[in-house]
Design a protein around this ligand. Structure first.
Ligand code: AMP
Ligand code: MG
Length: 401
């Protein structure tokens, strides 16, 4: 049986998922990170009225054309307008209105003179400087005009977008539903944190790595469960999880041992087998199937293998399903500051830290069963199949995590 390259494996799976087009409304507080599902138009000008950018006096520019410190212009102060209030006065020749930053510029005025260029007068004010027409004058709609398309659908919302939507007066917004994933870990030896560590057992790290990673990528995790090496039970759990999820991810039991139950689970379900094995290290025995139209991705139980395959295999699918370009894998060229002497038969991924165009491999093993040396790593060095090893100073490609 042909062992697929990671590129072929990803492409095969990509053909089996679609972008999720179901929408939901979320309050603006929860909008960041979501993908906008509607074009948004301005329903009013922003700002809705001409406003003052500073504290001073709203006047007619023609009145103060010749004003100077030596020859001040004296104007009658009609009143005061503060931010949040409207002014009943109309400025006519020889008059002005005391105005604060953010307040609407009264009718008749075409500029604002800053208070530092006046005597701060209350009933009468002396103006010491000339300003031109529409100087210190923010026009209504200078940010955006009513009717303008402010945001196009399919963009990813962030903090600034939330602020702009709020400036429109919106409280909620239509976004695409996020992909939903179920995570199930398998293994008789696997126990959950909180349970006593008895002979032959180890704590479940995969459940935490996978669920936490998915959540941090903005994916909704609908099921997080651990079960023993029981094919019938695993099939039952996948059937239950499938209802709420777009994608089911399992770990463990995909190799060739007696207890590698996932092959049997596919038969029990029954699920169509898409492929088994990818020519990569770690995570070679990955098994993928389709059950009721949904992908079933069975990753190796080895913690590093599971973590790497979540990035290389699952992330591109999530990018397509969620319509989020930012989830697509990004590769950068970098210079290795570390050596890695092992030969690579299949494409090998070595955990590393990337910064400023350089990568450094942490101390500790890169073996697929070792997770702790991955702490603090932010990339995977990609060593093509056939590479005899890596020397310090070599140029490499790194996949950013
Ligand atoms: P398997 O893929 O089931 O053959 O497991 C490969 C190795 O990964 C074994 O040493 C398992 O004990 C270990 N392993 C499997 N599942 C987990 C898990 N959820 N957390 C930590 N280690 C695991
Ligand atoms: Mg196992």
């Amino acid at each position: 049986m042909e062992v697929l390259t990671i590129e072929k494996a990803v492409n095969l799976l990509l053909q089996k998922v679609d972008q999720i087009r179901e929408t939901e409304r979320v309050v603006l507080w929860d909008a960041a990170g979501r993908v906008l599902a509607e074009d948004v138009y301005a329903c009013h000008d922003q700002p809705p009225f001409p406003r003052s950018p500073l504290d001073g006096y709203a006047v007619k520019s023609e009145d103060i054309q010749n004003a100077s410190k030596e020859n001040p212009v004296r104007l009658t102060v009609l009143g005061e307008v503060d931010a949040g209030h409207v002014c009943g006065h109309t400025v006519s020749s020889g008059t002005g209105v005391r105005i604060m930053t953010g307040a609407p510029i009264p009718e008749g005025a075409d500029c604002v003179i800053r208070q530092e260029d006046t005597d701060y007068g209350e009933d009468m004010v002396e103006i010491y400087k000339a300003v031109g027409s529409y100087e210190n004058y923010c026009f209504a709609g200078e940010d955006y005009k009513a009717g303008t398309k402010i945001m196009a659908k399919d963009i990813r919302l962030g903090a600034v977008e939330a602020g702009v939507l709020a400036s429109l007066g919106l409280q909620d917004v239509s976004v695409y539903r996020r992909p939903r994933a179920a995570v199930i870990t398998t293994g008789d030896e696997i126990i959950l944190p909180g349970e006593p560590l008895e002979g032959g057992k180890i704590y479940d790290s995969n459940l935490y790595t996978l669920v936490t990673r998915l959540t941090s990528l903005g994916i909704e995790v609908t099921c997080k469960k651990r079960i023993g090496d029981d094919a019938a039970r695993a099939a039952e759990m996948i059937r239950e999880a499938e209802g709420d999820a777009d994608l089911v991810i399992t770990t463990g039991g995909v190799s060739v041992g007696k207890k590698d139950i996932m092959h049997e689970v596919l038969e029990i379900l029954p699920a169509e087998r898409i492929f088994w094995r990818i020519a990569i290290k770690p995570g070679m025995p990955t098994l993928c199937g389709q059950y009721k139209g949904k992908l079933l991705i069975c990753l190796s139980g080895n913690p590093y293998g599971a973590a790497v395959n979540l990035e290389l295999l699952v992330r591109p699918l999530l990018a397509k399903m969620s319509g989020r370009k930012d989830l697509e894998l990004q590769r950068v060229k970098a210079i290795s500051e570390s050596a890695f002497p092992k030969k690579s038969m299949a494409t090998r991924y070595v955990r590393a830290r990337y910064a400023d165009g350089k990568v450094r491999i942490p101390d500790g093993s890169n073996d697929s069963g070792i997770l702790s040396s991955m702490c603090g790593c932010n990339c995977l060095i990609e060593l093509p199949a056939g590479t005899s090893g890596l020397e310090k100073g070599d140029e490499i490609w790194a996949v950013l995590l």
